[in-house]
Design a protein around this ligand. Structure first.
Ligand code: IMP
Ligand code: MG
Length: 180
């Protein structure tokens, strides 16, 4: 737990997130053939709420769900530039359609590394979706194929995203404001 006191100001409502996910799934459905199975890969842990809502919007599709865990911030607010795979997929992705689901693209190191890792297994088609994007923070040239919302350089929580493992269960996205 953190010692610094803070409050959370709502930034993106649950309703706005739901509406955006509906729009994004329409786009995704155009990209992936309806008759082919889609493997939806969530990056643990931050994407767990997003992936749950996303796959339910794809209810008329043949979808498999898998998870991958990459090393992250730990309990800090700074990105670790060296990314490691902590938990691999359970299933095979060679020759298959894959959608990688991430909570936030910040410096870009995590998704960039994960995509190289997964592409080496030769999926048929692989795309990325990130709920949030902080373009001003980018350190490597990476852009998700689908983005929910571009946001300024603020530290955010909620809808699966944590600060020191807290606030993942908020139904909306809020920004952390320190009060000390
Ligand atoms: P990147 O490798 O710098 O792009 O970092 C991506 C990861 O950093 C995300 O998957 C998040 O876990 C974490 N992250 C980036 N920004 C925030 C934030 O504002 N709040 C909480 N976690 C964040
Ligand atoms: Mg993460």
């Amino acid at each position: 737990m953190t010692a610094r006191p803070y409050v959370i100001d709502q930034m993106i409502s649950a309703k706005a997130i739901a509406a955006r996910i509906e729009e994004l799934t329409e786009e995704i459905k155009k990209e992936f053939p309806a008759e082919e199975r889609l493997v939806v890969v969530g990056l643990l842990r931050g994407s767990f709420v997003f992936i749950a809502d996303l796959v339910r919007e794809l209810k008329d599709r043949d979808v498999e769900v898998d998870f991958l865990e990459a090393s992250s911030y730990g309990n800090a607010m700074e990105s670790s530039r060296e990314v490691r795979i902590l938990k691999d997929l359970r299933g095979e992705i060679e020759g298959r359609n894959v959608l990688v689901v991430e909570d936030i693209v910040d410096t870009g190191h995590t998704l960039n590394h994960v995509m190289h890792f997964l592409e080496s297994r030769h999926p048929k088609r692989i795309r990325t979706i990130a709920l949030l994007d902080k373009p001003s923070r980018r350190e490597v040239d990476f852009k998700a194929d689908y983005t929910g919302f571009a946001i300024p350089d603020e530290f955010v929580v909620g809808y699966g995203i944590d600060y020191a493992q807290c606030n993942r269960n908020l139904p909306y996205i809020g920004k952390v404001r320190f009060t000390d």
